[in-house]
Design a protein around this ligand. Structure first.
Ligand code: AOF
Ligand code: ZN
Length: 365
């Protein structure tokens, strides 16, 4: 019985956290519900980096009702002094009797210390309730906090035969309205959005979030090894910051002109091509903890081959495009044998209007 209640309240806490997805930057999303004698007395979610943690907000709401209560938290309460004081100390102070945790905080500064501290103070602690859902909810945070490198989600719309444009290069639109709306939600949910310069030259996209409800614009990242981007490109307008990834070889004057437009020109790679592995390290240093990769095919292929893709989301439209040489979603040499093809795991398939979204995680060789 207790367990059923625990799952019920933890699900509420997960829902609260979910609502903040995309607005906490490199911080996790966290939800907290405080329950006393069959009544919810406090609820909170971490909404913005540097501002209140979920537990503190929920405890503020609960006031004196927190004494002897149970707190449900989707992530282990923190034990460190970050931008805010440690949540576990506050839970102890308020006299909470029991704390139920979904997932351990992978932040090396916490990593079990929060739970240990609560137990030491005589609080009953239960962990692992709806853990899988909680871990999934913070998949980008979980990678970034351990490695300092962004979690990269490759997203593409494509035909059933894997094409992203017709033989003439025409590509608007492949998928229906519902899938396009889903993509804008994905933009809101990532710190950065990355494309190749070919896409910028061909489509002149703005790369902003346009939803029926307000959303946040990700930082725009353009991979442009020859610095071919036009100064008039919409991706350089002032809707969001822009980072242009290029090599040390490109023209200094063009770089200066792009910087004057507000873009950051980041030189990674001494050869002909942008060094994508180095790029991820540099972007991580700039606190870009998650990236939505919107291709096209050559950049998708290069990122896959470099082992830099964490998740793939393919929006399949029920169409067949054909056409010899029409651009495909993954343009790379590929293996000789089928047994060496890149495999996805934990695959899900969901309908999206008339389209289907197949998502999964590349298996590392
Ligand atoms: C919690 N509850 O609501 C959140 C936690 O920069 P700060 O001070 O906000 O600290 C961020 C770190 O704290 C973050 O990396 C993660 O380990 C933890 N986040 N912990 O107990 C919360 N947002
Ligand atoms: Zn905290």
């Amino acid at each position: 019985m207790e367990r059923l209640n625990d799952e019920y309240y933890m699900q509420l806490a997960l829902n609260m956290a979910e609502a903040a997805t995309g607005q906490t930057g490199i911080n996790p999303v966290v939800g907290c519900i405080v329950v006393k004698d069959g009544r919810i007395v406090g609820m909170g979610a971490h909404l913005r980096r540097g501002e209140g943690h979920a537990e503190v907000l929920a405890l503020n709401m609960a006031g004196e009702h927190a004494r002897g209560a149970t707190a449900y938290v989707t992530l282990e309460p923190c034990s460190h002094y970050g931008r805010t004081p440690p949540c576990c100390e506050r839970l102890i102070e308020e006299g909470v009797a029991r704390v139920v945790v979904a997932a351990v905080d992978p932040n090396p500064l916490v990593a079990g210390r929060g739970i240990a501290r609560l137990k030491e103070a005589g609080i009953e602690v239960e962990t692992g309730v709806l853990e899988e859902k909680a871990v999934l909810q913070n998949e980008a945070f979980n990678k970034f906090i351990r490695t300092g490198k962004p979690f990269v989600t490759l997203k593409t719309a494509l035909s059933l035969d894997g094409r992203i444009a017709t033989r003439t290069g025409h590509s608007r639109w492949i998928t229906g309205e519902q899938s396009r709306e889903a993509v804008h939600t994905l933009r809101h949910r990532h710190v950065g959005i990355m494309v190749g310069v070919e896409t910028v030259l061909a489509d002149d996209p703005e790369l902003t979030t346009r939803l029926r409800v307000p959303g946040l614009n990700p930082v725009r990242i353009v991979v442009d090894s020859k610095l071919r981007i036009a100064e008039s490109a919409r991706a350089l307008n002032d809707s969001a910051p822009t980072i242009i990834l290029t090599t040390v070889r490109t023209d200094e004057e063009k770089a200066t002109r792009l910087q004057a437009l507000g873009a950051e020109v980041l030189r990674v790679g001494s050869g002909d091509r942008v060094d994508l592995i180095e790029a991820m390290i540099e972007l991580g240093k700039r606190e870009i903890g998650s990236i939505l990769l919107e291709g096209g095919g050559v950049l998708n292929g290069a990122m896959l081959q470099a082992g830099l893709i964490d998740k793939i989301m393919l929006f399949y439209a029920p169409i067949i495009v054909g056409g010899e040489g029409s651009p495909s979603a993954f343009a790379f040499k590929g293996p000789e044998f089928m047994s060496d093809a890149l495999r996805l795991e934990n695959v899900t398939m969901q309908s999206s209007g008339q389209d289907w979204c197949i998502a999964g995680y590349p298996v590392r060789p």
